[in-house]
Design a binder for this molecule. Structure first.
Ligand code: MOS
Length: 755
């Protein structure tokens, strides 16, 4: 018999909600620290230059200055790593992008630190710069790194694309260009670092990966890892942009150099320049099809701009490359993805991780095909969508994950018919577009992909989750509490998540890749089983009976003869003797060899996919070329919504980011040679730009996820821009091939779009 679920599946309120909405929550910048110094970072004014000389004497003597740090002072490794250690803590002989850190000033106040930056004397010899990923790979391009500008190349072929193109009724070719976008977390990156009297270092950092930060800070300072302790405070959004250790490394250096407590908080412009963006890409897509719309082959050559440093670029390029066939069955595929270094602020992790770029291209091709064949775009999708018997082009079987696709298609159709009946405002043209999408979960094959979590039964009767990965604001805390509570048969209110502290928490890995509820959830389920077994053992000792005669149930131990012993009492007795009722478990992402093709580079393929799709309705002002998104219906297979309100929140936020990607967000180089680096020019959607988003949660349980849950953190972003582009085409007949949609393109002016 299946018992009714206690808390999983219910929209439990988040325990951090009240403090956040009242403003009481303490982000890193708010943490009290008596006598804390401030750090400020001198940043390169050039895209590419040699540092001829660097003099710090005047800055060191300035009022209030405690320390000035340059590359020459770095005591340990000069570079830190996301994947490869190519990123200097502070630039040495060369600078590779505008905004690269060159020197660090520590002073009594933020103002003193900033004004002393002007006293650091740097002489640069400007060098030629390359700012475009295609140009970067041409012969004679200025080399960003000594090894050349090609960081990673993925070339995969499945089936016989040449033969398929030769027999196809129709061959389409289009080139798609997508822009550089910034995660735009409302809390910029921040770190408070304290040098301790015993020569160790404590940091509070707004980060997705405190354990990696600890490793990177220790390496740059030449300290053993156990002398660095990282704590996470409240995180005000991250979206991938806090998968970089730069802020912790610089704050750590500042605290070490001043032997003090130092606060470093990025300004908004620093956040744009110094943290990962979504990779700009140029995608040349050739598609072969039969007259009836059946897809036969894809041949895709892509250039991705990873900027001056690798960050997670190679991994992003992996998911990008895997996502190029979208949710479709394409029997012959050739992909060639080139990830190029350029002299631009680095790209890296950003929610969707390559998926949004790839989907703009593949969904654009499917819409183009439908138009060429005068077929319904949804019908073309239905004919080609993967189903349970299919494999991804990498060879990964989709049997389990693709079960939901049919249901998603019918929900999309129903939503589309409804939105088509909405009348446009006078003078506006309405259009409705659809998209289908796939998002993977996890870090990919042959990459350590696990997460550890711990449960502790507190003497007051509550159970504490010792999280190993930070909650970024997405609600990992409440999901963890619900899973642990369900597994222990307790109400959610009895479980509480403790903040992450590398000195006290197990390593949960990076909060990323839509993997936390899935992995942390499974770790907690396993930990709960261990915890209740330990409780029974301990209770057996208390009552002097064999453990086999006792049974755990809902926070109590049932004793032979009908008595009960509360877990709190057992925990309290253990605590008196200095003991503790705790259990820890690790969950690993499943990459069973028989389902995981082995011929790919590390990190490829991903083996767990989740499908979705969206319908967008727009109203276009045909004279101005402005676009308002009036409705979005988002249909996603979430496996099992552990907390439906939180899942809908994830999808709504992702759609808002997708609308920004489609219509307004862009971080170009301005005519004066500066990057767009503030929210006056970088147009994040506001509440006025985001319509009410209807979420349709499809629940096709995963075999491994907790109660069937799948990762929901990223899935909502990729399908939005293609659905908006399809809606614009439906409204005014203009097909977008670049993002964001400019008014010129929407007006159909030459050179901006194809009709
Ligand atoms: Mo990420 S883009 O936080 O996997």
């Amino acid at each position: 018999v299946r018992r009714e679920l206690l808390t999983v599946g219910r929209s439990e309120p988040r325990k951090d909600a009240l403090e956040k909405v009242t403003g009481a929550a303490r982000y890193v910048a708010d943490l009290p620290a008596d006598g804390a110094l401030w750090a400020a970072v001198l940043r390169s004014p050039h895209h590419s230059a040699r540092v001829v000389s660097l003099r710090t004497g005047r800055a060191r003597r300035a009022p209030g200055v405690a320390a000035v740090v340059t590359a020459a002072d770095v005591p340990g490794e000069r570079c830190y790593a996301a994947i490869i250690a190519d990123q200097p803590a502070l630039a040495g002989e060369v600078v590779r992008h505008k905004g690269e850190p060159v020197a660090l000033v520590v002073a009594r106040t933020r103002e003193a630190a900033r004004s002393a930056l002007g006293l650091v004397e740097v002489e640069y010899q400007e060098l030629p710069a390359v700012l475009d990923p295609v140009a970067a790979l041409e012969p004679g391009a200025p080399a960003v790194h000594p090894g050349g500008n090609l960081l990673t190349r993925y070339q995969f072929t499945t089936g016989d694309p040449d033969a398929a193109f030769a027999v196809a009724d129709l061959v389409l070719e289009e080139t798609f260009r997508v822009q550089r976008v910034a995660p735009g977390a409302l809390e910029p990156e921040a770190c408070l670092a304290r040098w301790e009297d015993d020569g160790s270092l404590t940091l509070w950092v707004s980060s997705q990966k405190p354990f990696s930060d600890r490793r990177n800070v220790a390496a740059v300072l030449g300290l053993p890892e156990e002398r660095v302790r990282v704590l996470s405070a409240v995180v005000g959004g991250a979206f991938g942009g806090k998968e970089d250790s730069g802020i912790a490394v610089l704050a750590g250096l500042a605290a070490w150099a001043s032997r003090g407590t130092v606060r470093l908080v990025n300004d908004r412009w620093e956040s744009f320049l110094a943290h990962p963006k979504r990779h700009p890409a140029v995608i040349r897509y050739r598609l072969a099809a039969r007259r009836d719309g059946t897809l036969l082959a894809a041949d895709v050559v892509s250039h991705l701009d990873t900027g001056a440093y690798a960050s997670y670029g190679p991994a992003v390029a992996g998911i990008f490359t895997e996502s190029l066939t979208g949710a479709y069955r394409i029997p012959a595929v050739r992909v060639d993805t080139r990830l190029a270094y350029t002299h631009t602020p680095f790209s890296g992790a950003f929610r969707g991780f390559g998926g949004p770029q790839a989907h703009f291209a593949v969904e654009g091709m499917v819409d183009l095909l439908a138009a060429r064949l005068s077929l319904d775009p949804l019908e073309v999708r239905r004919r080609n969508a993967v189903g349970p018997g299919d494999r991804h082009y990498t060879g990964v079987p989709l049997d389990r994950s693709a079960r939901s696709v049919g249901r998603i298609l019918s929900e999309l159709e129903r939503a589309r018919e409804r939105l088509r009946r909405v009348e446009p405002a006078p003078g506006r043209r309405a259009g409705v577009g659809v998209s289908l999408s796939v998002q993977s979960m996890g870090l990919g094959a042959h990459v350590p992909d696990d997460s550890t979590a711990r449960l502790v039964w507190l003497p007051d009767g509550r159970v504490a989750v010792r999280a190993g990965s930070p909650d970024l604001g997405q609600g990992l805390g409440v999901a963890s509490e619900q899973v642990a509570a369900e597994a222990l048969g307790l109400p959610c209110a009895r479980v509480v998540t403790l903040p992450l502290d590398t000195a006290a928490s197990p390593d949960g890995g990076v909060t990323c890749a839509s993997r936390m509820t899935y992995l942390t959830g499974n770790a907690l389920r396993a930990a709960a089983a261990l915890l209740s077994a330990r409780l029974v053992e301990a209770a057996a000792g208390v009552v002097g009976r064999p453990a086999a005669e006792l049974r755990y149930q809902a926070g109590e131990v049932l004793l032979p003869g009908g008595g009960r012993l509360a877990a709190a009492e057992v925990a309290a007795r253990l605590a008196q003797g200095g003991g503790r009722l705790a259990a820890e478990a690790t969950a690993s992402f499943p990459y069973p060899p028989e389902r995981t093709p082995q011929e790919y580079p590390a990190g490829i393929p991903h083996v767990l996919h989740t499908f979705g799709g969206q319908v967008a309705r727009v109203e276009v002002d045909p004279e101005l070329g402005t676009v308002a998104v009036t409705h979005v219906v988002a249909v996603h297979d979430v496996g099992k919504a552990v907390n439906p309100a939180a899942v809908e929140g994830q999808i709504e936020g992702a759609v808002a980011q997708g609308i920004g990607y489609a219509l307004s967000e862009d971080m170009p180089l301005k005519p004066g040679g500066e990057w767009v680096d503030g929210f006056t020019e970088y147009l994040l959607p506001t509440a006025r730009d985001v319509p009410r988003i209807e979420c349709v949660l499809v629940e096709e349980p995963d075999d491994f996820g907790p109660w069937g849950a799948k990762g929901v953190g990223e899935m909502g972003v990729a399908p939005t821009a293609p659905a908006v582009a399809g809606a614009i085409h439906d409204a005014v007949g203009v097909r977008l091939t670049r993002l964001p949609a400019s008014p010129e393109a929407v007006r159909g002016e030459a050179g901006q779009a194809t009709r």
